[in-house]
Design a protein around this ligand. Sequence first.
Ligand code: PEP
Ligand code: MG
Length: 330
Amino acid sequence: FTKLLKLEADEVARTADGHRVSLFINSGMGFDGEYAEQEHIEGIGLYRTEYPFMMRQRFPSEQEQQLLYQHVLGEFSGKPVVMRTLDVGGDKQLPYFPIVEDNPFLGWRGIRLTLDHPEIFLVQIRAMIKANVFTNNLHIMLPMISDIGEVEESNRLINQAYNEVSEELREADHAAQVPRPKVGVMIEVPSILYQLKQLKGLVDFCSIGTNDLTQYLLAVDRNNDKVAHLYDAYHPTVLNAIKTIADVTNEIGIPCSVCGELAGDPGGAMLLTGMGFTQLSMNTQNLLKVKWVLKKSNSEELKDLVEDALDCTRPDQVKFRVNRYILNIG
Ligand code: PEP
Ligand code: MG
């Protein structure tokens, strides 16, 4: 089995009937050079910038950030890299910026924190834009967006950073036009599900964070053992929400990928493909398993599987159907 997986490492992912699915990796450390070379990996679908922030004793300077981002963008030159702006708060803490709250997952997290501290946001965006000057493969992604106002405010700051960097580089005799990054949002807070159509014209892409979407839709803390059994991305409620996002983003013409854990789960990847997603981003260790099940699946059958799953009432019923399909394809 392992040999078979290795043999297929360089083929792009397709279902048995030829339906193409683009696979991307989730990253955050910057040691992924070996993956950049592999043809079947089409880029980084989620670069979690908070990891390098968490490993330091103070906020990294603009120049330190620029060097780090430049390294990642350079390794993946020619392929898109989706860099998410700082997503701390909740369970992710910076040792030098402690946040004490009663309900951290409902509190000062992700974009909420950085919009309250535009100096942190602007430094990061400027570093990203500078890092992108030679490779032009940067996509900026905003975490924990819960309403349109946050997108508008972020766009305003990104524009400001872009103008500042352009001006600075012009003064330094950099002749070429600074590339404008694509900007997108994470779909992971349920409230934005009801404003999806209003994203049109404001963002270039979006990506579903199934980890937080599951946690917030089911009101189950991802990290609380007492309720862990209730946390399940196979819950029909979660799957119906994801299907709605697929349909609405398709209707308004905004490309939508999935970068939460569900995309790297073989059964989850099958369901997402059946819903119409063609871009999945996952941890590297799941890539070949996902590619293998997709290769064995038929896209029309996956659509039927999804229809069946959406009508289920419990996660175990969905899992039963998915496992039965996997057993049948061998
Ligand atoms: C998610 O919420 O699904 C996600 C990809 O982001 P994180 O796990 O970093 O919160
Ligand atoms: Mg998240």
